[in-house]
Design a protein. Structure first.
Length: 132
């Protein structure tokens, strides 16, 4: 049987280096690949440390339409979901790195969650799923 999975999601950013610093230094992601491409582009892939799910391809905007989408790629909705095995640890680490949370942590039937904004204003859920 053929197996498929979502492995990469493109995220439009204003600067490769600024985005890489936020995701790797601020959120603790690993830089999976950072390879120069023609015309000043880079293949810059980051992934949550120890993660097995999809990674982000950080794509620097190259025109006005792409620049207009930075920070609003999902129309103001939470568009990214970062699962953790220790909500309190990662919430505290993110706060100390200057990550801005939109709400206090809340406990839902599906887990502990809080919405935060990335460097550009894209909304993310930090979530530790409830264990059955």
């Amino acid at each position: 049987m053929r197996k498929s999975r979502l492995f990469l999601v493109s995220l439009v950013v204003d600067s490769y280096d600024r985005a890489k610093a936020f995701y790797c230094d601020g959120l603790g992601f690993d830089c999976v690949e950072d390879t120069a491409q023609p015309q000043g582009k880079r293949w810059l892939v980051v992934r949550p440390r120890g993660g097995e799910g999809a990674a982000l391809l950080l794509a620097e905007a190259t025109d006005d339409a792409q620049r207009a989408a930075i920070g609003n790629q999902t129309g103001g909705r939470v568009g990214f979901f970062l699962e953790t095995d220790d909500f309190a640890r990662d919430h505290a680490r993110f706060l100390s790195a200057g990550v801005v949370f939109q709400e206090e942590p809340r406990h839902e039937p599906y887990g502990t969650v809080a919405v935060f904004a990335d460097l550009y204003g894209n909304l993310w859920d930090l979530i530790e799923r409830a264990r059955p």
